[in-house]
Design a protein around this ligand. Structure first.
Ligand SMILES: NC(=O)c1ccc[n+]([C@@H]2O[C@H](COP(=O)([O-])OP(=O)(O)OC[C@H]3O[C@@H](n4cnc5c(N)ncnc54)[C@H](OP(=O)(O)O)[C@@H]3O)[C@@H](O)[C@H]2O)c1
Length: 348
């Protein structure tokens, strides 16, 4: 709105950022500056309180993740939470001072970012913006996969691989709130107990050395029936086990493949189970789809993080908040599979 447009919305701004100096180990992340143009038509500039660290950032740092057109190759960062500090022409949804968060195609490791206002999501009432940094990527991904794609229903059984991950801990809470029974795998014993505190019904310790053993356990805990939905955050290494635990008409959503992107698929098993196998990705979606998802998430999920939500209240799961200057340490922790929930970088 022109009456709330501040003078500095028309000027470019230089802000701190973390750049990938060259493809390589975590230490290639280097403090730098980025010049932000004035927010274009329909965009707001957000002063970032916290940026989430994601697996895709690790791959981008190594030069192994193609960046969507229009986003910087050398500044990672897929999400942000902060406050609107400048509003471009043609905006009607946000005002200066609004606490907002959202998903980006890149460039989020910076103290500020220009973003289409329709892709912003309001931060839940009474939540610190830094804490909200643990919401966008993992909760939007999990909600879209479970509700939008798999159609998870109350009374069904969901299997989440890597249940202690950011996406896993978000999906677990959403599914418990939806009335599903949740079984989760992890390779780290401490994460079973931590996930149980978030409502996990059955925790199964998986091992990379015997990537099928968890499937025996799932079958035993479901009386041989298997599961209705799989949220697959591991991929190739668990494919054979996933085929074994499909219940009739199961939906299997592939969201992440740290365990490999290739494996042999016995199509007969999919046929006899009349199962649906689907894949999803947020980053590469066109702006219209991202805006629709942001608007739907704000309308249907944000109030579930607020005080009135009662016993099914959702909460961001923050593992650690580090200074943005410690981005290399954040990448090392994520690479070591050491985190439960989200790793955040704070912009002071
Ligand atoms: N499609 C999308 O749009 C989208 C969006 C966000 C994330 N993702 C993907 O979803 C996955 C989870 O993301 P996140 O940010 O939640 O991850 P995260 O918090 O970094 O957690 C990942 C966890 O996965 C487990 N893991 C890693 N490598 C594994 C392997 N080879 N075999 C079995 N388990 C393994 C580890 O936990 P343990 O202790 O259990 O070993 C690790 O802590 C990632 O692959 C990510 O790239 C996709």
């Amino acid at each position: 709105m022109s009456e709330s447009t501040p003078p500095d919305a028309s000027s470019a701004l230089s802000v701190p950022c973390l750049r990938i100096r060259e493809p390589g180990a975590p230490d290639v992340l280097t403090p730098s500056e980025v010049i932000l143009p004035p927010p274009p038509y329909g965009h707001v500039r957000v002063r970032i309180a916290a940026s989430g660290v994601n697996r895709a950032d690790l791959l981008q740092r190594q030069g192994r993740y193609p960046v969507p057109a229009g986003f910087p190759e050398d500044i990672p960062g897929l999400e942000f939470a902060g406050e609107v500090e400048a509003v471009g022409e043609g905006c009607f949804l946000r005002r200066i001072g609004d606490p907002v968060m959202g998903i980006l195609g890149g460039g989020g490791y910076a103290a500020a970012v220009n973003v289409p206002e329709r892709e912003t999501i309001r931060i839940p009432e009474e939540m610190e913006p830094v804490t909200a940094g643990a919401i966008p990527e993992v909760f939007v991904t999990a909600w879209d996969a479970l509700e939008g794609q798999a159609g998870l229903r109350a009374g069904e059984t969901l299997l989440i691989h890597a249940v202690g991950s950011g996406v896993g801990t978000a999906a677990l809470q959403l599914a418990v709130g939806a009335g599903a029974r949740v079984i989760g795998t992890t390779r780290t014993p401490e994460k079973v107990a931590a996930a149980q505190e978030l409502g996990l019904h059955d925790g199964i310790l998986a091992s990379s050395a015997a990537p099928d053993e968890w499937a025996d356990e799932v079958l035993s805990r479901t009386g041989g029936r298997g599961v209705d939905v799989i949220l697959d955050l591991v991929g190739g290494a668990y494919l054979a086990g996933n085929l074994r635990v499909l219940a009739t008409k199961a939906r299997w959503v592939v969201v992440g493949v740290p365990g490999g992107g290739q494996a042999n698929l016995d199509l007969r098993r999919l046929m006899t189970r009349r199962a649906h196998l689907m894949g999803t990705v947020l980053r590469a979606r066109p702006p219209e789809e991202k805006a629709l998802l942001a608007r739907a998430f704000e309308t249907r999920v944000i109030s579930r993080f607020e005080v009135g939500a009662g016993s099914g209240r959702l909460r961001p799961v923050v593992d650690t908040v580090l200074s943005w200057r410690d981005g290399a340490d954040a990448h090392r922790r994520l690479e070591a599979n050491d985190t439960f929930g989200k790793m955040l970088l704070r912009w002071e």
